[in-house]
Design a binder for this molecule. Structure first.
Ligand SMILES: Nc1nc2c(c(=O)[nH]1)N[C@H]1C(S)=C(S)[C@@H](COP(=O)(O)O)O[C@H]1N2
Ligand SMILES: [Mo]
Length: 253
């Protein structure tokens, strides 16, 4: 057996038995080619074990040379709600992101206010559940910074994202995250794609990036962020538009 295979098998077994013990090594693991295959085996672990394993893990980041020529848009690409049309017609100058629900300090943030917060730029791969991927560079503010300003109260357990677009069945797109992903350093509210304002097809003026989960978690056309204790009483009760159609709430890659 080649050494690499032996290491792989060893790691797979180790992960399966003591996933939590390896948390400290995840950043290093993710820099190697074989790490994604090893981490794939984590999908056989229980959800709870996977969360412990991945709490601090970073999604892989790429170089400018890896950026896809076109960032393929998917789902809604041109929202028609009158609120959105009005904002778009004015170049989103009147846009405000509302932050409310179980917070001590509700917010209403303009794009300038969001851009004035410390930013993060990351080149990441977007994986759609349909089986295609694209790589793009995203710039925005870490969601954790916005949450720190809003100060979630103790009862808050999930972050819900409300969007401007209405789907074919008449329901608004929405999504939700637990606090592990909400406070993850690569979870950002992005206002730029590849150095330009986010184009309308990709979620203008502000969209979520959650780099360790599948594309449908990354709500575009953000209207409002709500802190809640449960999402069971929102829309279909499963935590997101696609979750309400049967997709998994935790869409780990
Ligand atoms: N508001 C909203 N967000 C959305 C969607 C959508 O239809 N509406 N589609 C999701 C899906 S399935 C994917 S793959 C990505 C697509 O992002 P992109 O258009 O920038 O490629 O957005 C996600 N976020
Ligand atoms: Mo998707």
């Amino acid at each position: 057996m080649k050494l690499i295979n032996r290491r792989r098998r060893f790691l797979r077994n180790t992960l399966a038995l003591t996933g939590a013990a390896l948390v400290g090594g995840c950043d290093r693991l993710s820099e190697t080619d074989w790490a994604p295959k090893v981490l794939d085996s984590a999908t056989t672990l229980s959800h709870a074990a996977q969360r412990v394993l991945s709490r601090n893990a970073m999604a892989r980041e790429y170089t400018e040379a890896d950026i896809s020529p076109v960032f393929r848009p998917n789902g809604s690409t041109d929202p028609q709600s009158s609120a959105y049309r009005t904002l778009a017609a004015n170049g989103f100058r009147d846009y405000r992101l509302e932050v409310g629900g179980l917070v001590a300090h509700p917010l209403s943030l303009s794009l300038d206010a969001l851009r004035a917060l410390p930013g993060r730029t990351q080149i990441t791969r977007h994986d759609c559940v349909e089986g295609w991927s694209v790589i793009g560079q995203w710039t925005g503010v870490q969601l954790s910074r916005v949450l720190d300003l809003a100060r979630p109260v103790a009862a808050a357990r999930f972050v819900v994202f409300r969007c401007f677009d209405v789907m074919d069945d008449g329901n608004e797109y929405y999504e939700s995250l637990g606090f592990d992903d909400a406070y993850h350093p690569q979870t950002i509210l992005a206002w730029a794609l590849n150095g330009q304002p986010v184009p309308i097809p990709n979620g203008a003026p502000l969209r979520l990036r959650v780099e360790r989960q599948l594309g449908y978690k990354m709500a575009k056309y953000l209207r409002r962020i709500e802190l809640v204790s449960t999402f069971g009483d929102i829309e279909g009760g499963k935590g997101g538009y696609w979750e309400d159609q049967g997709y998994q709430w935790y869409a780990g890659i």
